[in-house]
Write a protein that binds this ligand. Structure first.
Ligand code: ASP
Ligand code: MG
Length: 402
């Protein structure tokens, strides 16, 4: 007998039929003799719909009240899933985040889990219940309901698996696992059997939307092995763990992220402190900067170019224009760019990954605007209109069709 945590995302419980389908998967796991803790997200687009409802009433609603509202989505899905299992003749009980022992800090809207006191869950398991827990929510020290940020249910599942030393943590979604590229865009993308936490973290951060990156960070920290798999097709998924058994693959995946804007500050004085002042102002406004490029100084001036999330572009421009630090400089912003990345732990030890990528882009006539690298990742900034074709070309270079 094992303790298994199963998490089902919003699309997996979107309607009555899907809820019954999930109940079937949970029932099979339970009937095989396992203790089962299930974490669910809100049905389908419920969370988005609730946000819209709030906007109709008060677009500047306090975050505490937003959390009170958004937590309702998961309350619906846990009770429906419990009812489905009970109808199948199985003992099931639903628990809200606070009942399941989720204590968080009081950053409403993006709360961090401080601890999971799983006594109630354990008691219910001892009573042979299937325990269904509302993902995405907890309780802070003021006894207020908090939420963990969008996509937070993955983190709830990992937190339970870590706190209870579960034997397995399965994240069910509407795709069959983690792919070498988005299978909707790249038809010959391959499903990976395994991937390391670090690779998954890079992919999750770079726009592969299978797992929330905070959940991967937590899984790495507590060494919780994850399995990402489909709730619709019962086939093996992708295992996310510390070290994969397979030889390090040179490249594990190719991703694109279009939530990017490029800002250039042209003609700033070529003196010490300019970068510090510029990025200091942006940091003070909590604007995250990604790729940075500075040109070589010439005639006493230089150019600094960097990228930010597209949603931060206007604010970033305001910050730069208002700080008046760089008299005579000229600011340009381009929002039709995309970041294309290749990720793989194997590139640490294999030279030539960058040149393979750049050659593939050259072959399809795609211009590279900026480049950034880490030990296991190479990212380039390109024109957004080239992005899909560039992903296909780069994917083909690293995963030639067999
Ligand atoms: N329901 C929340 C959201 O849509 C949490 C989750 O889905 O994981 O963001
Ligand atoms: Mg959702």
């Amino acid at each position: 007998m094992a303790l298994i945590v199963q998490k089902f995302g919003g699309s997996s419980v979107a309607n009555a039929e899907r809820v019954m389908n999930v109940a079937g998967i949970v029932a099979d796991t339970y009937k095989a003799g396992n203790d089962v803790v299930v974490v669910v997200s809100a049905q389908g687009d419920t969370t988005d719909d609730l946000i819209e409802k709030a906007k109709e009433i008060n677009p500047n609603a306090p975050r505490r009240e937003m959390d009170m509202l958004l937590a309702a989505g998961e309350q619906i899905s846990i009770s429906l899933l419990a009812m489905a299992l009970i109808k199948m003749g199985l003992p099931a009980i639903s628990l809200l985040g606070w009942q399941a022992g989720f204590h968080t800090n009081s950053s409403y809207g993006s709360a961090r889990i401080k601890s999971v006191k799983a006594d109630r869950i354990k008691m219910e398991l001892d009573r042979k219940n299937i325990v269904i827990v509302a993902g995405f929510q907890g309780l802070c020290k003021y006894d207020d309901v908090t939420t963990l940020g969008r996509g937070g249910s993955d983190t709830s599942a990992v937190a339970i698996a870590a706190a209870m030393h579960a034997d397995r943590c399965q994240i069910f979604t509407d795709v069959e696992g983690v792919y070498t590229a988005d299978p909707r865009k790249v038809p010959n993308a391959k499903k990976l059997k395994e991937i390391t936490y670090d690779e998954m973290l890079e992919l999750a951060t770079l726009g592969a939307q299978v797992l929330n990156n905070r959940s991967v960070e937590m899984a790495k920290k507590y060494n919780v092995e994850l399995e990402v798999l489909s709730s619709l097709n019962r086939v093996p998924g992708t295992i996310v763990k510390e070290v994969t058994n397979m030889e390090k693959m040179l490249v594990r995946g190719v991703t694109k992220d279009t939530d990017v804007a490029r800002i250039s500050v042209i003609g700033v004085p070529d003196v010490p402190g300019v970068a510090y002042k510029l990025f200091g102002k942006l940091a003070a406004k909590n604007i995250n900067v990604d790729i940075i490029l500075q040109s070589v100084g010439r005639d006493g001036t230089k150019d600094i170019t960097f990228t930010v999330a597209r949603s931060n572009a206007d604010e970033a421009l305001e910050v730069i224009n208002s700080c008046n630090l760089f008299g005579g400089s000229n600011v340009v912003c381009d929002t039709s760019v995309a970041k294309l990345s290749v990720v793989g732990a194997g590139m640490e030890t294999h030279p030539g990954t960058a040149s393979t990528m750049f050659e593939a882009l050259f072959d399809v006539g795609v211009n590279i605007q900026m480049i950034s690298t880490s030990e296991i990742k190479i990212s380039v900034l390109i024109d957004e209109n080239d992005a899909d074709r560039a992903v296909s070309a780069v994917h083909k270079a690293f995963f030639p069709e067999d």
